[in-house]
Write a protein that binds this ligand. Sequence first.
Ligand SMILES: O=C[C@H](O)COP(=O)(O)O
Length: 222
Amino acid sequence: MDSPFVLVNLKTYQEGMGSNAHRIAAAAETVAKESGAVIGIAPAFTELHPMSHHYAIPVYAQHIDAITPGAHTGHILPEAVRSAGARGTLINHSERRLTLADIGACVESARRLHLETVVCTNNDATSAAAAALRPDYVAIEPPELIGSGVSVSKADPGIIERSVNAVRAVNPDVNVLTGAGIQSGECVKIAVDLGTCGVLLASSVVKADDPEAVLRDLVSLL
Ligand SMILES: O=C[C@H](O)COP(=O)(O)O
């Protein structure tokens, strides 16, 4: 398999803003270099440009809107995310849900702009629906475990396995990530052993006193 992918979503945690975002990005860059894992970050929109220009790690937007340039106010234009240096974008995160029609339109816009797409889902049925849209990744995250400190890998490995099977049945070219409560190398290994190519996570790294140590542990068993 390709190098495992660890995507750290900084969300709107205070700990992921400003100089802390730089600290997390620097830690990700160091651990990625050491380990060979691909470690990306999804910072606040205002930090896409500084992160993508200061660090040699892939940077992702947390969301895009399915709009084209023109008269829209308060939206996230996919072209703007692209020119800020993003490699790709999350779409339909559990904390920023969209209709299926909007998810499809976002995937299409991103594809046109050569932005990688990570469509988040909450169960195996939505994972299958997302796979039909041909994103680069489907990220399965049971909402009740997000930010809970309880790892999906340990609490509900079945949802990972069912989602991997559902996605493969629809489109084997779509990669699967898993997330919710991921916090250790053991969590990541379970997810990878179940057929995913990596993890989407936030709190265990963003809120850590020593993000570099947590990242090092996350990739330690791969
Ligand atoms: O985008 C990340 C996920 O929602 C997981 O968040 P968490 O690692 O804090 O559970």
